[in-house]
Design a protein around this ligand. Sequence first.
Ligand code: NI
Length: 188
Amino acid sequence: MIFPIAVYGHPVLRQEAATISPDEPDLAQFIKDMWATMYRTDGIGLAAPQVGRSIRLFVIDLDVFKDEYPELKGFKKVFINAKLETLGKHVKMTEGCLSVPGINKKVHRPDRIRITYQNECFETFTEEYSGFAGRVIQHEYDHIEGKLFIDYLSAFDRIVLRNKLKSIKEGTVQANYKIIRTEHCTDA
Ligand code: NI
């Protein structure tokens, strides 16, 4: 199935996601549905909290960039229970996110990372990435830690984007995929 996407304002995006074991219910089908949802929404990465499931799992497919970055040919991975360490100096790169529709901004992040994770067969790997792959992995990893790329924006950018963010939060934003409307408490 194609999942609807939780957008900015939804509490699931702010939770630290749970570690999972191979006994996690319906995991194989869930991973299939994650890929289907990611391709349908033209994403290159998708994290489980973005579809409302707070578990430490994200998927990334960067093969589409193989002409520009030959080292990304065949890069299609499921990252489970990832732990990430940042290395290297900070660089600026433009980011966007299915959970923050209509906003693309330059964000500073370390250029190099080391990640330990399990694949869909629960085999453990430790790998290092830099450049574009390192950037996308950091973005998706943030989702399982309850963070969003807009958290890194300057106070100035935040003021500029205030109305856009408000429209995402209130569910009036336009996106070309289904979004989960945030439930508002009326008597909070
Ligand atoms: Ni994202």
